[in-house]
Design a protein around this ligand. Structure first.
Ligand SMILES: Cc1cc2nc3c(=O)[nH]c(=O)nc-3n(C[C@H](O)[C@H](O)[C@H](O)COP(=O)(O)OP(=O)(O)OC[C@H]3O[C@@H](n4cnc5c(N)ncnc54)[C@H](O)[C@@H]3O)c2cc1C
Length: 329
């Protein structure tokens, strides 16, 4: 299926793209956002939703989750099509110079300009080499807690020792029937405050334990864990297993789009133009001499990139004034 032609397609829906949607709206440009995860917010939503952030202008203190909610609200001033769970995979250009991005399912997204806001790449959850995990993914095995209610009254095993593992264990205590957390080492890598909170919580914490088998045919019915000091195996009666082992970013397909890279980032000029006319980049994925990978930087870059994309698409257009010249609901 081919979607409608839009002015700008953002590749990635991290904080920079969310602000970019707002900027596109100010410029009266139509836009679409492709995001490989099932939710928007990029690293903030996936890696550190509860971390407090102190260096975003206008926010003395804000958590990752709160900032994503605010960016979504700001973006919602203008219409945009968000396509979640889709990874931008290939890029081609038609004779009239419009671009066609295709996702992993071959669906086509025509666009006049492309704005790559892919951060550190598409996140892929880290997993374990157990064949049953793949078979039971979505049937009791998951990699994220996007909706704690899904775990209401269930017995949940969380595997991992970082911030996500500890935060999710604490988040599920009030909803789940039982929460067990295993970690293969003797200490958590999580924020010390959260690890202390965990010790005081009813979470059944088992250090030096590893997942070695998932039980169940159609759905998860249990798990076998092993104490890596004694090799003693224990069978746990659980309904859900959350693998909180982190996400490995993968720039994969973007490397084949004919763009100039420097390390893991795309080289841009001061207008955020890449080496290919009509393709722009902003945020963590973009680089130039002196680049600092921060949201504050990315927000400025995407404002510049959207303006440059407007001039690329509509060379005769004049820039509208700043946002206070508009009346927004
Ligand atoms: C632990 C941690 C703490 C941090 N703390 C701070 C802080 O305090 N202050 C600060 O300013 N910055 C902080 N940062 C950095 C900040 O998170 C990044 O600068 C910011 O997230 C960059 O935003 P972005 O939109 O460019 O990219 P990202 O947030 O990486 O979002 C990119 C999105 O693009 C998607 N994507 C990638 N490739 C594709 C594709 N091919 N198709 C579809 N979707 C794709 C990804 O899934 C992702 O959702 C921190 C980072 C980490 C890891």
């Amino acid at each position: 299926m081919t979607e409608q032609l839009v002015d700008i397609t953002f590749v990635g829906a991290g904080p920079v793209a969310l602000y970019g949607v707002f900027c596109a709206g100010i410029h009266h440009l139509s836009c679409r956002v492709l995001e490989s995860m099932q939710e928007v917010g990029g690293q903030l939503a996936t890696l550190y939703p509860e971390k407090e952030i102190y260096d975003v202008a206008g926010y003395p203190k804000v958590t990752g989750r709160e900032l994503v909610a605010a960016l979504k609200e700001q973006a919602a001033h203008f219409p945009a099509q968000f396509v979640l769970g889709r990874t931008a995979t290939t890029l081609s250009q038609a004779e009239d110079d419009t671009f066609i991005i295709r996702d992993q399912n071959g669906e086509a997204y025509p666009t006049r300009a492309v704005l790559i806001t892919a951060g550190i790449g598409a996140f892929q959850p880290r997993t374990l080499p157990l064949p049953e995990l793949e078979r039971l993914t979505g049937r009791g095995v998951s990699f994220l807690v996007s909706d704690p209610e899904r775990f209401r009254d269930r017995s949940v095993l969380i595997v991992g020792g970082g911030d996500s593992a500890v935060d999710w264990a604490l988040e599920l205590v009030p909803v789940a029937r039982r929460v067990i957390l295993i970690h293969r080492r003797g200490q958590f890598r999580a924020f010390p405050g959260s690890a202390e909170q965990l010790q005081r919580s009813p979470v059944d914490v088992r250090l030096y334990h590893e997942l070695v088998q998932v039980l169940g045919d159609g759905v998860v019915q249990g798990a076998v864990v092993v104490d890596n000091r004694t090799h003693e195996r224990t069978q746990l009666d659980v309904d859900d297993i959350i693998l909180a082992l982190g996400f490995a970013p993968n720039l994969g397909p973007l490397r084949d789009w004919g763009l100039e890279f420097s390390g893991d980032a795309i080289v841009v000029n001061t207008r955020m133009e890449t080496n290919r006319p009509g393709i722009f980049a902003a945020g963590d994925i973009a680089t130039y001499p002196g680049k600092v990978k921060l949201m504050a930087t990315g927000f400025g870059e995407v404002a510049t990139a959207v303006n440059a994309a407007r001039l690329y698409i509509y060379p005769e257009s004049r820039a509208p004034g700043h946002s206070s010249a508009l009346k927004l609901g």
